[in-house]
Design a binder for this molecule. Structure first.
Ligand code: HEM
Length: 417
């Protein structure tokens, strides 16, 4: 290692992921970390966090030295046992085995096969048909909200649009959606460091119930194939590229979990950024919708932190990293890096380029990104057309998470266009 290589510092900048002030606005803390460190070891999480855009994107794209999984390169005995227990808690075996086998946590060749299949199933239906369906669903929601004048926008607006997407993608009937969403929420709660025994037990039960539910869906689609993702996965199975039932169920759960919560928070955070900012709202209405949704995703990303295993002893940005340890990539910080984004703390809708990392980068780049973009564009384009301004009445505190960023409720008043 070269002589400039150093061990990661322990952060002198206060970094308590659950501090109410940090949760309310983490970006000033991230700016100081980028300026002063830019990587540090956090005792609570057991991770070396990276805060700069250049380091975050370099690590995401570096398959030789980093991975979402380690099993293709290391034995379990090679990795930090405390981290291993946090990532794969033995007391919740069903949850753990689902996580370990879902393709977001696999590396090639298994990742390639499962991801390829899902990507194919997504592109099978035209995103333009999908767009017009979602615009229609958004208009129906807006009819009601405009008439009422005020709304709790997370429940009334941000949630139903991704639900319509699930219906379309999975062919799952509307009356089952609340159950699916509840299971999904309980499963993803375990990603945070501060998960309680009670939350873990709920996640374990939710995984079991979700698996049982999808096994029934699978049996039904075997009898009556449709145009949905589960049927598409069964078709591939029949074509000889055997996917086990467990893989199909795991992939279906992953798609619902990965797709739902992030999209709800992306819409919610976007509304919150625009509410009470008449000039920003007007600027957004006057800008092509794709650029607006990218900037909203950059400005307050719904997913703020992802981890990678370190596969060999190495150093990044001069910081020493041990094989078998983990790094934490602060996406929210990378998206506010002044070296990449001018006026990073403001909404600037006409950026010439917007290389935010809200959908990740490299091998695990969000496979649902094209669908998520259509969802966000449908939601915000119909809102801008029909609503002249938003006023913030009240936002709930930010949810207590370093991984997900969002609010549980958002009271707004709407001025019709
Ligand atoms: C605004 C909404 C969304 C955001 C911000 C988002 C963000 C992300 C990010 C950052 C990753 C990469 C994680 C990593 O590198 O460790 C990812 C992966 C993934 N996302 Fe999304 N996502 C969104 C919506 C969706 C939707 C709608 C779906 C499905 C319909 C979806 C399905 C997936 C899947 C399956 C993966 C795993 C990909 C892989 O490992 O190859 N996401 N997403």
């Amino acid at each position: 290692m070269d002589s400039r290589t150093r061990r990661p510092k322990v952060s002198p900048v206060r970094f308590d992921a659950y501090d109410p002030q940090f949760l309310a606005n983490p970006y000033p803390t991230y700016a100081r970390i980028r300026e002063e460190l830019p990587a540090f070891h956090d005792e609570t999480w057991g991770l070396v966090f990276f805060a700069r855009h250049a380091d975050v994107t370099a690590i995401l794209k570096d398959r030789q030295r980093f991975g979402r999984d380690f099993r293709h390169r290391l034995d379990t005995s090679d990795v930090d046992p405390d981290l291993y227990r946090r990532i794969y808690p033995p007391q919740w075996p069903t949850w753990t085995s689902y996580i370990r086998e879902s393709f977001i946590d696999l590396e090639p060749p298994r990742h390639t096969r499962l991801r390829g299949l899902v990507a194919k199933a997504f592109t099978k239906r035209s995103s333009e048909v999908f767009r017009s369906q979602l615009e229609g669903a958004t208009d129906a929601i807006l009819d009601k909200l405009i008439e009422e004048g005020t709304t709790e926008a997370i429940g009334d607006f941000a949630t139903p649009i991704p639900v319509a997407m699930i219906a379309e993608l999975m062919g799952i009937p509307g009356e089952d959606h609340p159950r699916l969403i509840e299971w999904s929420r309980q499963i993803v709660a375990v990603f945070d460091e501060r998960v309680t025994e009670e939350e873990g037990a709920l996640a374990e039960r939710a995984t079991k119930e979700f698996v049982a539910y999808l096994e029934d869906v699978l049996a039904e689609r075997r009898r009556n194939p449709g145009e949905d993702l589960v049927s598409a996965m069964l078709e591939v199975e029949e074509a000889g590229d055997t996917l086990t039932d467990a893989e199909i169920v795991g992939t279906a759960i992953l798609t619902l979990n990965a797709g739902h919560e992030a999209t709800v928070h992306a819409i919610g955070n976007g509304l919150l950024a625009l509410a009470g900012e008449p000039s920003a709202y007007q600027a957004a209405r006057d800008t092509p919708i794709g650029a607006v949704t990218d900037e909203l995703l950059r400005f307050d990303s719904p997913l703020q932190m992802f981890e990678r295993w370190v596969l060999e002893d190495t150093s990044i940005a001069g910081v020493e990293l041990r094989r078998g340890s983990k790094v934490g990539l602060l996406f929210g910080s990378a998206n506010h890096d002044d070296n990449v984004f001018a006026e990073s703390e403001s909404l600037v809708f006409d950026r010439r380029s917007n290389p935010h990392v809200s959908f990740g980068a490299g091998l695990h780049y969000c496979v649902g990104a094209p669908l998520a973009k259509v969802e966000l564009e449908a939601a915000f384009s119909r809102l801008f057309e029909r609503v002249a301004g938003l006023e913030l009445i009240e936002a709930a505190d930010r949810i207590e998470s370093l991984v997900f960023r969002g609010v549980g409720s958002l009271e707004l008043s709407l001025t019709p266009a």
